[in-house]
Write a protein that binds this ligand. Structure first.
Ligand code: AMP
Length: 214
């Protein structure tokens, strides 16, 4: 099963993507996580991506498309995947379709986790990320057992540069300009499912499972 998660930054698609990956036994592929791992390891790709990410801008399509095509070659992608943060532009979606159709494959579902902008700004300022393993939490909606400390690895939590309010506003405007058109793109293909992202995390997940099947 090949699934795409759509939605504004902070809509909760990452959290849902992880649960989908677990339930359907497919890998969760987050281009944002891949970039952050590269930044942490100070790779050339990481250095290039950081200049865009810190400003809330998108990394250029060629960089992202090459990276994701390499990731698809790994063995764990044989039964599909859930993509979180890719595609983010029409050219990226077209590149994905082209690569899949060369193997007679296609995307099965595009799930749009819908959350109004007002809610997003509040949510993002409460988001915290682990400096060690990258796990994300929310001080209100998904708190750690001990404040400021990662449940998974015990490292410190921080507010990521790209989750700071000024950057969030820019990310939202980039989202509306460049990523929102994908909703129409997948709707025309007949594979779009809309889910109300303002529900509890559990209810959002149940709505998604209703779409994907048990
Ligand atoms: P995310 O964790 O998905 O919100 O991604 C964090 C940042 O990584 C974004 O604000 C972009 O700068 C960059 N990024 C992640 N995925 C993509 C993509 N598919 N295309 C362009 N930039 C991306």
């Amino acid at each position: 099963m090949k699934i795409i998660m759509l939605g504004a930054p902070g809509a909760g698609k990452g959290t849902q993507a992880k649960r989908i990956a677990e339930k359907y036994a497919i890998p969760h592929i987050s281009t944002g996580d891949i970039f952050r791992a590269n930044i942490k390891n100070n790779t050339e790709l990481g250095q290039k991506a950081k200049t865009y990410m810190d400003k809330g801008e998108l990394v250029p399509d060629e960089l992202v498309v090459d990276l994701i095509m390499d990731r698809f070659k790994e063995a764990d992608c044989a039964n599909g995947y859930v993509l979180d943060g890719f595609p983010r532009t029409i050219p990226q979606a077209e590149a994905l379709d082209k690569a899949l159709s060369a193997n007679n494959e296609s995307v099965d579902f595009a799930i749009n986790v819908e959350v109004p902008d007002e809610n997003i700004i509040n949510r993002m300022s409460g988001r915290r990320a682990c400096v060690g393993c990258g796990a994300t939490y929310h001080i209100q909606f998904n708190p750690t057992k001990v404040e400021g400390i990662c449940d998974a690895c015990g490292e410190k939590l921080i507010l990521r540069d790209d989750d700071k309010p000024e950057t969030v506003k820019n990310r939202l405007s980039v989202y509306h300009d460049q990523t929102q058109p994908l909703i129409d793109y997948y709707s025309k293909k007949g594979i779009l499912a809309e889910v109300d992202g303002t529900q509890s995390m559990e209810d959002v997940f149940n709505s998604i499972v209703n779409v994907l099947g048990k």
